[in-house]
Design a protein around this ligand. Structure first.
Ligand code: UD1
Length: 329
């Protein structure tokens, strides 16, 4: 199928592009290269550089390329920045998504896959997180994801749009082939920061909080491999054939790891020590967030190939070892 991957040069988008190719689909990329990397794009793919919020740019692409499904990976995702500059987040993550959906409607493209986040569940005390828990985001970033999810529901009912929202837990790891991986600027995620500290590229890792109500006092998260996430998206294609289909899946392994467990794993995989110290809690962090992934497993026949933190860190380590400075461009 012809799939338009919006944000296809970003971390999760670029992994999804590889998985689409492996499954025999035809991905076409739109990226504005604010955060995306040109070097992450496989040779020979059609790439359009521009803004997903510009209907005059996207609608002709949708029509000319006869796109069947649009996958949207082009959100901004820095929670702290969303608090200091909420307009930037509402503009990119909500307003531009509205325009993308409008372009799809104009071009008669009726299938949409949205990268959502477990952060829409807020500080839920009910772990693991099931799909039917109430949405209660508490950061501007999380609210933008929640708002798009709600809008998609209205579009399904009004226009027959078929959509799937995938609520990612902690996307991590890298394609085992070693040519693409995580390269954010600035980097804020735990696994790359711990690896960079082990490699001496950072002085140390600061652990945000040691007194959470968890077994070792550090936060529990559900690290899930980007290739596993990508394959879940592809597994939903068939279900989207029926107009007005609304799908929601929480994508995690269901097996959380604490910050200390991640550090120990990076040390075991690399054979190096991770210099670290304890610091204050980071505002907005919840003590624990992990998925109940059975819905995706049973309905989509989703196969988790990287079921534990060690298998995920091994792929991340391989990427960082071979690309110490990330992508060239
Ligand atoms: C973050 C976002 C989340 C978003 C996701 C994907 C926040 C609060 N949450 O998830 O909404 O969907 O990324 O982009 O930004 N940690 C340290 N030291 C560090 C870095 C992280 O101790 O230097 C800890 C954090 O406190 C957390 C865990 O490591 O407990 C994972 O952090 P991170 O990788 O930033 O992901 P999340 O915060 O879970």
């Amino acid at each position: 199928m012809k799939i338009l991957v919006v944000g296809g040069a970003g971390y999760i988008g670029s992994h999804c592009v590889r998985q689409l190719l492996a499954a025999g689909h035809q991905p076409i990329i739109i990226d504005n290269f604010v955060y995306g990397h040109r070097d992450s794009i496989p040779e020979g793919l059609t790439v359009y550089e521009g803004d997903m919020g510009d209907i005059a740019f996207t609608q002709p692409i949708l029509e000319k390329e006869q796109v069947e499904i649009v996958m949207h990976f082009a959100a901004f995702a820095y929670v702290g920045e969303s608090t200091s500059d909420p307009l930037k987040y509402y503009d990119n993550n909500v307003a531009k998504t509205v325009h993308l959906l409008q372009a799809m409607r104009n071009a008669n493209v009726n299938r949409f896959i949205f990268s959502s986040s477990c952060t829409i569940f807020g500080e839920s005390s009910k772990m693991p997180l099931h799909e039917d828990l109430p949405l209660q985001a508490f950061s501007p970033y999380g609210q933008t994801k929640q708002d798009v999810e709600v809008l998609l529901g209205y579009c399904a009912k009004a226009y027959g749009l078929s959509y799937a929202c995938f609520r990612y837990f902690n996307a991590s790891g890298a394609d085992p082939e070693g040519t693409i991986g995580e390269d954010h600027d600035p980097e804020t995620h735990l696994i790359p920061l711990a690896i960079q500290a082990a490699r001496g590229q950072r002085d140390k890792l600061v652990i945000f909080g040691m007194d959470y109500p968890t077994p070792d006092g550090t936060c529990l998260r559900d690290y899930v491999h980007v290739n596993d996430l990508s394959r879940a998206h592809i597994a939903a294609f068939d279900k989207l054939k029926t107009p007005g289909t609304e799908l929601h899946y929480n994508l995690g392994t269901g097996k959380p790891a604490s910050v200390l467990e991640v550090i120990n794993t990076v040390e075991a995989v690399s054979g190096l020590s991770v210099p670290h110290e304890f610091g204050p809690r980071r505002p907005g962090d919840v003590p624990a967030a992990y998925a109940y992934p059975e819905k995706a497993i049973s309905e989509l026949n989703w196969q988790i190939e990287f079921p534990d933190i060690k298998s995920i860190v091994e792929t991340a380590w391989k990427w960082h070892e071979s690309h110490p400075n990330g992508f060239e461009k």
